[in-house]
Design a protein. Structure first.
Length: 340
């Protein structure tokens, strides 16, 4: 009703869904900013600038003798600023997506290295069975925690090794799939047993760059693994010396997970937006239209240029709701599940 009565735009209305579904305080804060119109104001500013350029083009088309050719250099400067602003919004949206969707972290290593103990420590409850018998964990055990505002799904995998046990071998295969799909892999070593061939085989089977090497049981006196050896084998991956038993190294681990989760997101300063898939698609299409405009300045006719500018305005209108059709609106508001 607020949208239909013009009190808020569609992106603010969609923010209500994000507020309802927010799993962390950070996600809630970003959704509240969206509801307050943080991104809406930026989109409105871009729309008004585009309308100004459009008016300039229309004047040149309708009154060529009085107005003459438009200033293409000025248009290019303004449209490049538009492109930069759109890219900044998209980058800020990527950061917001991390805080909304979270990341998946797989704990891997040989049997009895302390994976289940670490899972229980992170979850602050006895989720996984811990024994001195290797191969206790035979299936994927997982739980959810919040690390510095980021939802994190922690998965304890079966110890990866060759085994004749049918049930354990199924668990090992499941572990390999989980490792492949995880955003971050937490690879555990045992300072008590030292670096074994089994450890190296598991490490070489891990693909991707987001790997944290955690050397557990750093509290014991008789260590069979040295820092130089670990650095030589596993650099440039992040290496953390920790003790699950004494709860050491957890703060460094959380800091590293946060850093890795946001590593693929370019710095956006204080700019953070909660952007959904529909809004992202509209922004990306607007960016593509702007690229076409830049490539066509001074080459294509004014009529074609004006059509391209209308295309950008239509894409931005999909975010503010100005050009949305009724069936699209119905589809958006279905997410509220009114009456259920």
């Amino acid at each position: 009703r607020a949208f239909l009565n013009g009190r808020i735009d569609i992106s603010q209305a969609e923010a209500v869904i994000d507020i309802i579904k927010a799993r962390t305080e950070k996600a809630l804060t970003l959704a509240m900013r969206q509801l307050d119109g943080q991104m809406s104001r930026q989109i409105k500013f871009l729309e008004e600038d585009l309308i100004g350029i459009q008016a300039m083009l229309n004047a040149s088309i309708d009154f060529p003798d009085d107005v003459g050719e438009p200033d293409y250099d000025q248009i290019k400067d303004r449209i490049l600023a538009q492109k930069e602003a759109l890219e900044a919004i998209l980058r800020a949206g990527q950061r917001g997506e991390i805080y909304r969707e979270g990341v998946a972290v797989a704990i891997v290593g040989k049997p009895n290295v302390g994976k289940s103990s670490l899972l229980n420590l992170l979850l602050k409850k006895e989720k996984a069975i811990v024994t001195h018998i290797p191969g206790t964990t035979r299936d994927i055990i997982e739980g959810s925690i919040i690390i510095r505002g980021i939802p994190v799904r922690i998965m304890d995998t079966a110890g990866i090794r060759k085994t004749d046990d049918l049930v354990e071998s199924i668990g090992v295969e499941k572990s390999r799939k989980v490792i492949k799909d995880a955003d971050i892999v937490l690879f555990l070593l045992d300072a008590g047993t030292g670096l074994e061939e089994e450890d190296l085989e598991i490490f070489h089977s891990i693909s991707g760059t987001n790997v944290i090497v955690l050397v557990n049981k750093d509290d014991i006196e008789l260590k069979r693994i040295g820092q130089k050896e670990v650095q030589k084998r596993f650099s440039p991956h992040k290496i953390i010396w920790a003790s699950v038993a004494e709860k050491r190294g957890l703060e460094e681990l959380e800091e590293t997970i946060e850093s890795m989760a946001l590593s693929n997101v370019a710095s956006t300063g204080d700019l953070e937006y909660m952007i959904n898939v529909r809004q992202r698609n509209a922004l990306e299409r607007a960016g593509q239209q702007i690229e076409e405009i830049i490539n066509g300045l001074g080459i294509v006719s004014l009529d074609c240029l004006a059509v391209d500018f209308w295309g950008v305005l239509e894409c931005l209108g999909e975010i503010s709701g100005r050009n949305l059709k009724e069936d699209v609106l119905d589809r958006i508001f279905q997410d509220f599940c009114i009456g259920k």
